[in-house]
Ligand binder design. Structure first.
Ligand code: NAI
Ligand code: MG
Length: 493
């Protein structure tokens, strides 16, 4: 096996300039002076010390956000001008895309080509919501009697946004876009593993002209900065992406102040291959479904159902591709898979690989850490997996797929739905009947037919069951960032 790093002269590392908190358009140290280290997952080396916000910083940021919401220029700004600011930010992200992609790749470990794809998604999302800003309308309502009744859609208020490390900037855009289009102000806590790129986009937001207090960034840990945001009485809503167990903690804590909450959580998404599918593209699609970003994807196709008639051939072809995947330096354009984000994730994945073998699944590819520096894991395939094995029930969040043979539509729908998750699902077939039957009956917020991981700013995204609450992207997100006010006016004496 080739070592993870095969390059003689690795690409140069991006410069890290911004490490402080962004509160009220000022760069500030944490009130208690704390800092934490952030790492390059390709080497495991610390690359910067970043301000670690605590409750005192969250309080400062929330006060700034409240001022901006109630009294600043943002409060009286025309909706069209809010849209123009978002569009300007999109332009600035686009013109700095190469720098942002390199920094994202460096801190998160995603390949430089995936990082460029993410930045494209950021630009699309900000532009999409820029367009919405002056199109968020109420209605006139035909109430009984001589009244004029109409609804206003107003911002929810100060919004706390807590995001994970797998798509740091894309998650930022999914959360800022609708929040700002609707006129809210934002306090965001990026993930502690990937604190760097949000700061650079925060700087671009100042350059775009966002007034002080509209956008605040408080890096730090979940149990301190994150929990302080959830508990703060002057935060109106929390939008969260991350683990189901964290969401449960947040929902309990949010109950104290009856905050609005939206959640985008994990999955164990079924990817279903019928024997009549175009096998060439189904193999490529199943490969992309699980190994995109090293499996660190809430929609990863980690339960691979293959119809028995083609099961053997399918697994062989998938394993062949897995053995040839190029692991290495994420900043090297030739690399196909970078490291996992952290030691914690590496350990979690290897634990499940071990468990899969102990519970009797057949390891047909991968299963090892690659190299002894950084957090690389080989693309891994388990065959002969039973539905009740841990590798088939738990979100692993790594490059590990469980192959589950099946027979027929009814069986595969029933088994696909036998999980607490319901984020995404996919079906590969040439039979439109099977495709639409599966799409109708599977319990998932997103269904793909003969494709995978196609996610766009325009389409509602979110989970059934324990994969989430609410929807992000598309028009659907606006509902979660506005309050509806009913105004009733008596007409005549
Ligand atoms: P996590 O849910 O702990 O972290 C996500 C965010 O929540 C981070 O910003 C973190 O600081 C914050 N957070 C943690 N505890 C908090 C608390 N008590 N109050 C407020 N905020 C809090 O996820 P983690 O530990 O990074 O990853 C663990 C597992 O979660 C992964 O292995 C994966 O299975 C899943 N995950 C799912 C993601 C998704 O896209 N749905 C993204 C990242 C992780
Ligand atoms: Mg955690």
């Amino acid at each position: 096996m080739a070592p993870a790093q095969t390059l003689l002269a690795p690409p140069t590392r991006p410069e890290i300039r911004l490490t402080r908190l962004l509160i009220d358009n000022q760069w500030v140290d944490a009130a208690e002076g704390g800092e934490f280290e952030t790492y390059d997952p390709a080497t495991g080396d610390a690359i910067a010390r970043v301000a670690a916000g605590t409750a005192a910083d969250v309080d400062r940021a929330v006060k700034a956000a409240r001022r901006a919401l109630e009294r600043g220029p943002w409060a009286s700004m025309d909706a069209a001008d809010r849209g123009r600011l978002l569009a300007k930010l999109a332009d600035l992200v686009e013109s700095n895309a190469a720098e942002l992609a390199a920094l994202e790749s460096y801190n998160c470990g995603k390949t430089i080509s995936d990082a460029k794809g993410d930045i494209g998604g950021v630009v699309n999302t900000l532009r999409y919501y820029a367009g919405w800003a002056d199109k968020i309308e109420g209605r006139t309502v035909p109430v009984r009697g001589e009244f004029l009744c109409y609804t206003l859609r107003q911002p929810v208020g100060v919004v706390g946004q807590i995001i994970p490390w797998n798509f740091p900037l894309l998650m930022l855009a999914w959360k800022w876009g609708p929040a700002l289009a609707c006129g809210n102000t934002v306090v965001m806590k990026p993930a502690e593993q990937t604190p760097l790129t949000a700061l650079r986009v925060g700087e671009l937001a100042i350059e775009a002209g966002f007034p002080a207090g509209v956008i605040n960034l408080v890096n730090g840990f979940g149990e301190t900065a994150g929990a302080a945001l959830v508990g703060h009485p002057d935060v109106d809503k929390i939008a969260f992406t991350g683990h189901v167990d964290t969401a449960k903690i947040i929902q309990r804590q949010a109950a104290e102040t009856l905050k609005r909450t939206t959640f985008e959580l994990g999955g164990k998404s079924p990817n279903v291959i019928f024997a009549d599918a175009d096998l060439e593209s189904a193999v490529a699609g199943a490969f992309h479904a699980i190994y995109f970003h090293g499996g660190q994807c809430c929609t990863a196709g980690s339960r691979l159902f293959v119809e028995k008639r083609v099961h053997q051939e399918f697994v062989e072809r998938l394993a062949e591709k897995a053995r040839h995947r190029q692991l290495g330096d994420p900043l090297d354009p030739a690399t196909e898979q970078g490291p996992q984000v952290s030691r914690e994730q590496l350990d979690k994945i290897l634990h499940y690989v071990d468990l899969g073998q102990k519970q009797g699944a057949t390891l047909v590819a991968g299963g090892q850490r690659r190299g002894d520096r950084g957090f690389f894991v080989e693309p891994t395939i388990f065959d002969g997996v039973r539905d009740d094995m841990a590798i088939a029930t738990d979100e692993i969040f790594g490059p590990v797929v469980s192959v589950l043979p099946f027979d027929g539509v009814d069986e595969v729908v029933e088994r696909s739905n036998r999980t607490n998750y319901g984020l995404a699902a996919a079906v590969w077939t040439k039979d439109i009947d099977k495709a639409h039957l599966f799409a109708k009956r599977v319990k998932a917020g997103t269904v793909w037919v003969n494709c995978y991981h196609v996610v766009d700013a325009t389409t509602p995204f979110g989970g059934f069951k324990m994969s989430g609450q609410g929807r992000e992207n598309g028009e659907a997100a606006l509902e979660h960032y506005t309050e509806t006010k009913t105004v009733t006016v008596k007409l005549g004496g």
